[in-house]
Write a protein that binds this ligand. Sequence first.
Ligand code: FES
Length: 108
Amino acid sequence: MLLRIRVARVAELEVGRALAVEVNGKRVALCRPSQDEFYAIDDICSHALASLSEGELMGYEIECPKHGAHFDIRTGEALTLPATRSVHTYKLVVENGELFIEMPDEGR
Ligand code: FES
């Protein structure tokens, strides 16, 4: 089953920044690379324990603040070492100035 959960108001997310939210027991980084674009990826880096939302967002890439790996926020792909594994991405829907995330219900 797919869960649809309100995670933030659009106004809470600055352009060119990421914001960490807790959704259904997971930490997710909401990313806003431009005025009208929104993406959601796992906040925890696939390399070690670091919060990607605390890294720098540069276009569609976010840099891990711990060891500098880059991830594509559209696909979750690890673009540079030391990360070699992708992070999950989630569908975000904008409705009436609010952001909703869709993710599988893993029975938590
Ligand atoms: S923890 Fe992110 S690159 Fe090492």
